[in-house]
Each structure stands twice: as C-alpha cells, then as structure tokens.
Design a protein around this ligand. Structure first.
Ligand SMILES: Cc1cc2nc3c(=O)[nH]c(=O)nc-3n(C[C@H](O)[C@H](O)[C@H](O)COP(=O)(O)OP(=O)(O)OC[C@H]3O[C@@H](n4cnc5c(N)ncnc54)[C@H](O)[C@@H]3O)c2cc1C
Length: 529
C-alpha cells in the first residue's frame, strides 16, 4: 500500500499527461464530487479510469455548497421520502467512514407564539427523519433550554424549540480525498485539463479532445465510455451530440462571519422574515456561515459566481431579524461565496420548486450525470456505472456495500489534541501520517483564527496539484474564506512555507498573489467593497 501511495504522490503532472493517449475504459469529464465519486467507484470495479477537470479539483459547485451532509428535511416536506431515505442512509455511512471530515451537527429551530401547528408538523417530520436514520435524537426544547443553547437568537414570544442532528463536511476536501483514494487505487486525475470536444465514430462518442491549461498542450484520449460529470456545464458537451439544453442554473450564496463575532455552538434553522424560505446559520471551521439564497443564475457560467447586492441584503435581513442582539453589520462579514446548482429545469415557477434529484442520460454514447447532492455522491456514481455496465465487459460487479472512504489507518503519533488528529485523518486519509512527518518545527500549530495547521499548507503545496494560490487557499485549505481579505495578513508567512515547495520564483509568486487578491476582492467579498 505504502509503495503505491508513494508512487502516486510522486507522479508528476507531466507523467500523468504522458499517459493520456491510450484507450481508457472510462474518461470522466469534471472534477467535482460527481466526477470524483464515479472515478473512485469505476476504479474499484477494475476499470482504467481517467478524470479531467478544466479548472481546479472542486472548483465548481462542489467547493461552494452549504457543506451539509444531510437527509434534506425540505425534500421530506415536499413528500420525496425515497430521496430523504437514501440521503439519510448516506449521511450515516459517511459519518461512520469519514470521522474528522464528516462530523455530526446539531440543528435548532425556535418556535414562537402562534406556531403550534408548525410545531406539530415539524415534530412529525423530525420523527420520520429520525426513523429513516435509525436514530431517535430529535428533542423538544423549552424556551429556557432553547435560550441556553442559542443565547443570541430572538427571544420575543419564544415558546420553545426543536433540536435534531444532521452532519457537515469540508466539501472541497471531500472531493480531494475521494480523488486521492481513486488515484491510490490506480486511477489518473488531472486538474487544469479541459475536455474541449468529443471524438465520434459512426455517430457514437469514443473519446475527447483535451487542452492543458497549464502547459498549453493538446491531446486526444479514447475511451469505451465518456462520462459528462460537468455539473451545471453539462449542456456544453451535450450540445456536441445535438442534445437539447436542460439545465436550469440556480445560484445560492452564503455570508461568513468570524465565530467570535457571531457565536453559535450548533446550527440554527429559521424562516426568512421576508418570504418564509428556510435559512440556516451554522458553525464551520471556527467561523459562522449563513445561507442560502435560491435564484435563477443569469451570469455567464464561465465566470466565478458572485453574490449580488440583493442576496447580500436578503441574508443580512435574516441575520438581523433572528439575532438582533448581536448588532451585526456589513462590516462584520469576513467573506462571501456563491455556488450554482445543477438543477434540471422542469419549468417550475419558483426555483425552490425544482427537484434536486440526479439524472443519468445516455445520448449517442455520452453518459451525462448531473444534479443530486454532495451527500449522495456514492449512489450517483453507482447509478452511473450501472448505466454503462453493458458497454464494459471487463467491469467487475459493483461493490455497493464497500466503504466509500478508505480506512486511514492507525491514529497519528503527533503532539496534537484528539480533535486535531481526527481532523487530519478525516481530511487527508492515509496521507495524514506523512503530512505530520513532513511538518517543520512549529507547523503543527493552527493558523490563528482557524483550525487549519501550517503543516497542511506545506503538504498541499508539495503534493496536492496546486497550480494557483486560489487552489491552495480556497480549496486545499479554506483560510481564504475564513480570514479577512482572503487571509491577506498571513500571506508573508504562507509564502515562506509554500513558495519553495511550489518551486516558484519571486516574480511568479508576486504575480499570482496579485491575481489572488483581485479574485478574492471581486468574487468572495462584499459587493461594492
Ligand atoms: C448554494 C448551494 C448549496 C448546496 N448545499 C449542499 C449541501 O449542503 N449538501 C449537499 O449535499 N449538497 C449541496 N449542494 C449541491 C451540491 O453542491 C452539488 O450537487 C454538487 O456539488 C454538484 O457536483 P458536480 O460534481 O456535479 O458539479 P461541480 O462540482 O460543479 O463539478 C463539475 C466540474 O466540471 C468542470 N468542467 C466543466 N466543463 C468541463 C470541461 N469541458 N472539461 C473539464 N472539466 C469541466 C467544472 O470546472 C467543475 O469543477 C449545494 C449546491 C449549491 C449551489
């Protein structure tokens, strides 16, 4: 095992590129959670699999979600029992297999005077939710207990509340861990390589043309099956097989506050005072997140999605109405992010009415897989592979019961507390021990204001296919979202560790740092500055 891992880490970008022009069993286009999951399960089934991602791994929606691993109470309320049942089962599996990466998260919601009927409805819903998850954890809370658990929430007319348990993750790290484990098992994955077109023979898709965004090279790669896992971008490749567009891109945005300024010990769910939509506040990585919006995204899909002024004010209205005592203002926002949901449009009047289930379409040999949730990525991958099994005679039977995440091995021998050790094992899996061993003195300390260790930066810069600073600070670790101005104040210290690991000269670093600052200011800040 160690032998394979070491080789995987040492395989360079050039080495991977040199292997492209062969006949693959499966080429997966798109390095979000859908593509990552398919790559992992295809490799487990004995297939020679390649994944290409046009930007960075998890650059798309999979680093911009609300980071919940959840059954989706909303789907239950809409009557989608099967979707909720599957999601809850996946949540339980991920909690078991990925401690430190997927962690339980309690949720509270308050009940105010006159909401008796709502309480009955929610209580019944939570009972079904818990039955599906085979745990009986939801509780009714008195007003005083609710206040104790959520001391800053609005108290006027408070009658009590409800508590239930879901889970949360670091979405980008989940993608990276799944890709990393697929590579350990023999797959090949390349970021900054775009599928620019499809190869077709007798009308059927037999491969892709590729362009390297780093080396400006081009190649063609052939495969028995090409899988289009490009999320909200699926219609671009589908157009090449004359398939009609089906995506309805829906944007959702979040605000990030410092944990000390907006302290919450668990999630709090409530309805927006303006339109009654559910909104949540959750603690994440030492910060507090509020989300989300749900509206048609009319911006160019190629550009980074960005929160609009209307969304900003909508979310701030939710915060100030539910947490008036905190006096939060725009100045307290550390960062923002937006993601675009790949939802299949059915023409529903309101975005919230569109179902978030996944779809699998086989069109002239191009298998498109999109929609669904981060939570159910393993089920989506298995569905995709079932759909192409007849075209892959060498594919082994799918191991639906196999753990989706590999066991990371023994506990870490490191001077870290139990939470930090578990966090590293969850995020880096079997590579956590090597990450600790590679740390220089003092680097097992957290970066102030975050649970991220300095050692994670060194490891990522050395081994995790970082091409730009944004890859490092927004996705390998998330300090670009957790600290003001994209962690600008930390950049000199980060440079000391990472510039030599990346092999960049001063001009390269400075140019990239300038591009990073501009990106953060434009797309991850408060609109208007
Ligand atoms: C605001 C918001 C909140 C959400 N919250 C949750 C949540 O809390 N829990 C949950 O379970 N789910 C959540 N979701 C849903 C979940 O995030 C998505 O379903 C999931 O991330 C989609 O993953 P994907 O891999 O299909 O798409 P993506 O992550 O977008 O990946 C597609 C990738 O394909 C790449 N690509 C595109 N074209 C090409 C090409 N030609 N060549 C190579 N690569 C290409 C893109 O760069 C992109 O990285 C949320 C979604 C949104 C928008």
């Amino acid at each position: 095992m160690e032998y394979i891992m070491t080789n995987t880490r040492q395989r360079s970008r050039a080495g991977r590129w040199a292997t492209l022009e062969q006949e693959w069993d499966v080429i997966v286009v798109g390095g979000g959670i859908t593509g990552a999951g398919i790559l992992r399960e295809a490799t487990r089934a004995g297939l020679r699999a390649l994944l290409v991602e046009r930007q960075d791994f998890a650059w798309g929606t999979s680093s911009r979600s609300s980071k919940l691993v959840h059954g989706g109470l909303r789907y239950l309320a809409q009557g989608h029992l099967q979707l909720t049942r599957e999601s809850v089962a996946e949540r339980e599996r991920l909690l078991r297999e990925g401690p430190g990466l997927i962690t339980p998260l309690g949720f509270l919601f308050a009940m105010y005077r006159g909401e008796w009927a709502k309480r009955m409805l929610y209580q019944a819903g939570l009972a079904v939710y818990d039955l599906l998850g085979r745990r009986w954890e939801h509780q009714h809370l008195s007003a005083s207990t609710f206040q104790l658990l959520a001391p800053h929430a609005k108290t006027a007319n408070l009658r009590g509340g409800l508590r239930y348990v879901d889970a949360q993750t670091d979405d980008a790290r989940l993608v990276l861990r799944v890709i990393q484990e697929a590579e350990h098992a023999g797959a090949t994955a390349l970021n900054y390589v775009a599928a620019t077109g499809l190869l077709r023979e007798n009308g059927e898709v037999v491969g892709v043309t590729l362009r390297d965004g780093v080396g400006e090279r081009a190649a063609t790669a052939r495969a028995k099956v090409v899988i289009n896992a490009t999320g909200v971008w699926v219609d671009t490749l589908r157009r090449e097989v004359d398939a009609p567009p089906k995506m309805r891109p829906l944007r959702g945005s979040h605000l990030v506050f410092a944990g000390w300024r907006f302290p919450v010990a668990q999630g709090i769910s409530f309805v927006h005072p303006g339109d009654g939509r559910p909104v949540f506040v959750v603690p994440w990585e030492g910060a507090t997140i509020i989300g989300t919006t749900d509206l048609d995204h009319s911006g160019a899909l190629e550009a980074e999605p960005t929160i609009s002024l209307d969304e900003l004010h909508y979310l701030m209205a939710a915060v100030t109405s539910q947490f008036p005592a905190l006096n939060l203002s725009l100045d307290d926002i550390i960062s923002t992010w937006s993601g675009v949901r790949p939802v299949v449009g059915t023409g529903a009047a309101s975005p919230s009415q569109e179902l978030r289930d996944h779809v699998v379409w086989d069109e002239h040999g191009l298998l498109t897989v999109t929609g669904g949730k981060l939570t159910t990525f393993r089920l989506i991958a298995l569905d995709a592979l079932r759909a192409i099994a007849h075209r892959l005679p060498t594919m082994r039977p799918l191991e639906a019961a196999a753990p989706v995440l590999d066991a990371p091995g023994a506990d870490l021998d490191a001077p870290l507390d139990a939470t930090a050790r578990q966090r590293l094992l969850g995020r880096y899996g079997s590579e956590a021990a090597a990450l600790v061993a590679a740390a220089h003195p003092g680097e097992l300390a957290p970066i102030p204001g975050t649970p991220t260790l300095w050692a994670e930066l060194r490891w990522a810069a050395r081994h995790e296919a970082v091409v730009q600073l944004a890859d490092l600070l927004l996705r390998r670790v998330r300090i670009g979202l957790l600290l003001p101005n994209g962690a600008a104040e930390m950049l000199p210290a980060i440079r000391q560790i990472c510039q030599p690991e990346l092999g960049w000269d001063d001009a390269h670093w400075e140019q990239d740092a300038a591009a990073y600052h501009e990106l953060v200011a434009r797309h991850y800040g408060v609109p208007g500055g």
